[in-house]
Write a protein that binds this ligand. Structure first.
Ligand SMILES: [Zn+2]
Length: 84
C-alpha cells in the first residue's frame, strides 16, 4: 500500500467547495482536513466558506429576510469566482 502525497493548495482549492458542502468522501475529507491543519491560508478560506454557508442555510430555513437581500446573495453566488 503506497502512501499518497498530501494535497497541495491547488488541489485543496479545487475540492474546497465539496468539502464545505460535506460532499467529499471520507478519505478525501480526511486529506483535506490534514491540509487545512498545515496550511493557514486554506484553513482561513475554508472557515470563511463554512461561515458563509451556515449563514445562507439560516436564511433559507427562516424566511425573515427581505427578498432584495436574498436576491443580492443569489447574485453574489452566481457571479464567477474572482481570479486570485
Ligand atoms: Zn493550502
Amino acid at each position: 500500500m503506497t502512501e499518497q502525497p498530501d494535497w497541495d493548495c491547488r488541489r485543496a482549492g479545487e475540492e474546497l467547495d465539496a468539502f464545505v458542502r460535506g460532499d467529499l468522501p471520507l478519505a478525501e475529507a480526511g486529506r483535506m482536513q490534514s491540509h487545512l491543519d498545515r496550511c493557514g491560508h486554506c484553513a482561513e478560506v475554508a472557515r470563511y466558506e463554512q461561515a458563509f454557508r451556515d449563514r445562507l442555510r439560516a436564511i433559507d430555513t427562516d424566511t425573515c429576510c427581505p427578498e432584495a437581500l436574498l436576491q443580492r446573495i443569489r447574485d453574489l453566488l452566481a457571479s464567477p469566482p474572482r481570479e486570485s
